[in-house]
Each structure stands twice: as C-alpha cells, then as structure tokens.
Design a protein around this ligand. Structure first.
Ligand SMILES: NC(=O)C1=CN([C@@H]2O[C@H](COP(=O)(O)OP(=O)(O)OC[C@H]3O[C@@H](n4cnc5c(N)ncnc54)[C@H](OP(=O)(O)O)[C@@H]3O)[C@@H](O)[C@H]2O)C=CC1
Ligand SMILES: O=C1O[C@H](COP(=O)(O)O)[C@@H](O)[C@H](O)[C@H]1O
Length: 501
C-alpha cells in the first residue's frame, strides 16, 4: 500500500520537493506537446525548486544545445506570447540536459548514474514511451545501478491492451518499483473540474445527502472529441475508442461520481473506494450487449464547415478496419447506492464539438402540484463541465417572471464559470498538476495497479462479447453526435443526451 508524503489538502508550492527528472522519450509527441510546456509553467509559477534538473533521453544523437533549441521551439509554438518571458525561458532551458540512449539495450544506462552522481534529490523517471518497453527500461535502470530507494516512476496510459498484457507490464514495473513509487497517469485526473468533483461531492452536504438512487434518476458522461485520428492511425486502430478512452478516462470519471466517501484524502483511501465501484460495474450479458452498447466508426463528413475524410480514408488507414471510433453504453453500478440508476456513457472522435461533461439528473418531486401541461418539465440537473470552459451549473426550476405567466415554471441555471468566478487564476493544464504531485510524492491523482486491472477485466468481457457476436461498428458522419442507435439507446428509456449548458 502506498505511503502519503504530503497532504493533498495542502496548498501547492513549497521548496522541499526538488527532484531530478529523467524523461524517456523526450523528443516524442507527448513530451513536446504537453510535458515541456507543463514543466515550463511550473517553473514560471515558482513551483519548481531551483535545484530541479531535467535529463532528456531519446534515440537521436544531439548535443545539449540542440536539444535545448528543439525544446525552445516546441515551447514557443505552444505558449501564448504573454506566457513567454525571456528570463524565465532561459532559466528553464538551463535546467535541461540530454543523452542519446537506446532504451531497450543495457548499454548506455551508466550515463544516467553519472548524471545523478552526488545528487541528493530523489529521481523521477518519466516513461513517455509505449508501454511495451516499460519492462526493459525498468530492468535496465535497475541493472545499471541508477536507482535509489526513493526513485519514483511515472508511466503513461494505456497500460497494455487487455488484462493479461497489463498484468505483464505491471509485473515488470513491480519487479523494480514498489507500488508506493509507481505513478500511473490518467491525465483526466489532473483536470481542474475533475478534482473539483471530490470537493463538490464531499464538501457540500447539499449534494452529499442526495447522492444516491433515492434522489438521482440517471447519470450521463460525455467525452466528445472534435478531432479525428491526427496521425496516430497505427496506434489507434489497434486500440479503438473503448481501450483508448473508456478503459481509463471515462471509467475514472464514473468512479469519482459513484464512489462512497473516502475516510480521508489519502491516496489509498480514495483508490480503495474507486476499486469498489469498478468491482460493482455490471458486466454486459448477451442480450444487454446488443441493447445497451453502441459501437460506431466515422465516415466522411464536415468539421467546422470543412469536408473531412472518414476513418477508413485517413492517412495510413487499412480500409477494412472494423475498429470503433465511438462508443455509447448504458451501464449500472450494482450496489446499494446506485441500484437501478443507469449510467449513460458516450465518447467519440469527430463529433461536432469538443465537449466533456457529466450530467447528474435528479428525480422529480414525488407529488406534482404545478401546471399539468408542464408535468414532464426537466427536473434538477447538476452539470459538471470539464472542457472547454470549465464550470459547474445547477439547473433549478423557478417561476417564470411576468404578470401573465401565472405559476409557470422555467428551468434556469445557477452557474459557476471558473474563468469568470476566479478571473485571476489561470486554469493549469492537467499535466502541470500531475507533474507537481509527482514532485511532491503524492499519489492520490494516480491510478493504482488494481484499478487498472479491474477496468481491463470489465472492458475485456465487453470486447469478447463484441468478438463473439462479430458486432461491426455503425457508421456516423464526421461532425455528428454518433450513430443514430446511440440516440435511440437513451430515448427508449424516455431520456435524451443533454447538450446545452
Ligand atoms: N501523444 C499523446 O497525446 C499521448 C500519449 N500517451 C502515451 O505517452 C507515451 C508516449 O507517447 P508519444 O509521445 O505520443 O510517443 P512518440 O512515439 O511520439 O514518442 C516516443 C519517444 O520515445 C522514443 N523512443 C521510442 N522507443 C525508443 C527506444 N527503444 N530507444 C530510444 N528512444 C525510443 C522515440 O524516439 P524515435 O522517434 O526515434 O522512435 C520518441 O522520441 C505512450 O505511452 C502513449 O501511449 C498518452 C496519452 C496521450
Ligand atoms: O488519452 C487520450 O486522450 C485524448 C483526449 O484528451 P483531452 O484531454 O484532449 O480530452 C485523446 O484524443 C487520445 O486519443 C487519447 O489517447
């Protein structure tokens, strides 16, 4: 079980979390697009102790000056001009060092030990590479004597392709690092509003007392992406939307919504509760599989008024692929709190807009006294918007204003928009928060091994069901909200996907 080093309740900052960061895959897409900008922001906000150093590792041969130049260009491309201050930029680049290394051969790992010589800070090893080589890297690090008793390792998703492969990868990591020093990233856990779910649920008795099947009729989780495959066809086609998005991000969101209150904010207290939810997720039986799950694949359509190709016409595509780019499903957490409450999940690529939101639908009042014509009027909803425009809205019913309206009801939002409510605070990118938590040695925003494996177990039975039934994906035009069947799936329950805010 993991040990907490610092309280998650403590404000950010502090000078006592200096580290040496060894970044494997430092020239890759994730590093350049997300990790370096996040590290730069931490430095700029005074959250990176002066002595923290960063060692980039990758296959290509470069000297340090060239590496710094590459990082500098990547940063300038991504940062707003107001975020670039030249002195801060120089200070950040000065922290960077670089070594060429083939990660899968033992030769060359001495360079890491040498880089570390005399350092008293803990080392964080960030594996920004495919999970297939996590085992090799951990083994080589260990064999070369580069690790100390306090070295932490950060690994990216997806951990494997199914339960079996994820167990193998976790075993290989676990052979070198104890669980208390493994940080499995699910970047959704670093998003501002996702963290706010914990505050919202457990700091507000208003919601705490209503959070169960007596008061909530159903829950919707939508993670819609406007983008298509973006040059990642090879990776994506092997995975599909269920493995790429549901196994991790959507199930993590579901866990945070459905879990019982943890007894404190320690990493394991929270993760124990999430595991209970994953164990209670209903598997899909044969009949439910056909009725309650919809797979889709986009065909050509439009995005922002421009024609865009279908999935099978994307660069590098295999035109026979049956991989899903969309999934919608109705599931249930089979326990006392949630029995009978459907959780509708949907996620897809090439949707009309980027939209990640959770909608909690509360039940109607047991006895209705208003205009009979309005009997079906929407009941209370709590809308938690993750992106874009992070915020929380509570839809309440009030009297429509005006002398001629009588006692007509009108739904309207009580709205908390984070950008307007807290105008001075920049909403940090998920990776900034996650990297800071790793520096602090705090694991509550990272996924424990058993969470990953229970999530795979549940997804595996679903995928096996698809394979047995040879369920081909239903087509949907790019720029739409997915196959018509995903709308029918929810309307047959007398409900609809919530798309306003
Ligand atoms: N990119 C993204 O948006 C996301 C990525 N992830 C995860 O993050 C990880 C990294 O992804 P991403 O950055 O896209 O991958 P990339 O392929 O873009 O980057 C990987 C980097 O590692 C290097 N590398 C790979 N194998 C070796 C090796 N044997 N020896 C030395 N260098 C090696 C590559 O070098 P070379 O180019 O020379 O092969 C490259 O610099 C993956 O686990 C991915 O699943 C998770 C969520 C989103
Ligand atoms: O992990 C992944 O997430 C992104 C979506 O992340 P977001 O923060 O932009 O919502 C997704 O595009 C990618 O396919 C997946 O691997």
């Amino acid at each position: 079980m993991s040990k907490s080093y610092a309280s998650p309740g403590a404000p950010l900052g502090g000078r006592d979390h200096a580290i040496d960061l060894a970044l494997f895959g430092a020239l890759g897409d994730l590093a350049m697009r997300k990790l370096f900008p996040a590290l730069y922001h931490l430095d700029r906000e005074g959250l990176m102790p002066e002595s923290t150093r960063i060692l980039g590792l990758a296959r290509q041969e470069h000297d340090v000056a060239t590496f710094r130049q590459m990082v500098s260009e990547a940063l300038r491309k991504r940062l707003k001009s107001s975020e670039v201050d030249e002195a801060g930029f120089e200070r950040f680049l000065e922290r960077l060092d670089y070594r060429q290394l083939d990660f899968t051969t033992a030769e060359g790992y001495d360079a890491i030990r040498q880089w570390r010589e005399g350092a008293e800070r803990p080392m964080v090893v960030y594996l920004s590479v495919g999970a297939r080589i996590y085992g090799d890297i951990c083994h080589n690090l260990h064999a070369s004597g580069s690790l100390d008793d306090d070295t932490r390792v950060v690994v990216e998703k997806p951990i494997g392709y199914d339960l079996k492969s994820s167990e193998q990868i976790n075993d290989a990591i676990g052979a070198v690092f104890p669980e208390s020093r493994v940080y499995r990233i699910d970047h959704y856990l670093g998003k501002e509003t996702v963290q706010n779910l914990i505050a919202l649920r457990f700091a507000n008795p208003l919601f705490g007392t209503q959070w169960n099947q007596n008061h909530i009729s159903h829950v919707e989780i939508t993670v819609a992406e406007k983008v298509g495959i973006e040059g990642r066809w090879g990776y994506f086609d092997e995975a599909g939307q269920l493995r790429d998005m549901v196994q991790n991000h959507l199930l993590q969101l579901l866990c945070l919504i459905a879990m019982d209150p943890p007894s404190n904010l320690d990493a394991d207290a929270i993760r124990d509760e999430k595991v209970k939810v994953l164990k209670a997720l209903k598997p899909f039986t044969g009949e439910a599989l056909g009725r309650d799950v919809v797979r889709g694949q986009y065909i050509a359509g439009t995005s922002d008024g421009q024609s865009v190709p279908g999935y099978l016409e994307e660069e590098d595509a295999n035109t026979q692929s049956q991989t899903e780019t969309f999934v919608a499903m109705k599931t249930e957490v089979a326990n006392w709190r949630w029995a009978g409450v459907p959780f509708y999940l949907r996620t897809g690529k090439r949707m009309p807009e980027k939209l990640s939101q959770i909608v909690i639908h509360f039940r109607q009042q047991p006895h209705y006294i208003f205009d009979p014509d309005q009997r079906g009027i929407a009941s209370n909803k709590l809308i938690i918007r993750l992106q874009p425009e992070e915020g929380i809205a509570l839809q309440v019913l009030t009297k429509d204003s005006g002398l001629d309206k009588g006692m007509r009801l009108r739904p309207g939002p009580l709205h908390l928009d984070f950008n307007s409510a807290f105008p001075k605070s920049r909403i940090p990118d998920a990776y900034e928060r996650l990297l800071l938590e790793v520096m602090k040695g705090q694991q509550y925003l990272f996924v424990r091994r058993d969470e990953v494996e229970h999530a795979w177990r549940w997804c595996d039975q679903l995928i096996e069901g698809w394979q047995e039934r040879e369920t081909p994906p239903r087509r949907y035009p790019a720029g739409s909200w997915g196959p018509v069947a995903s709308i029918a799936m929810i309307t047959q329950d007398g409900r609809s996907w919530y798309e306003d805010y």
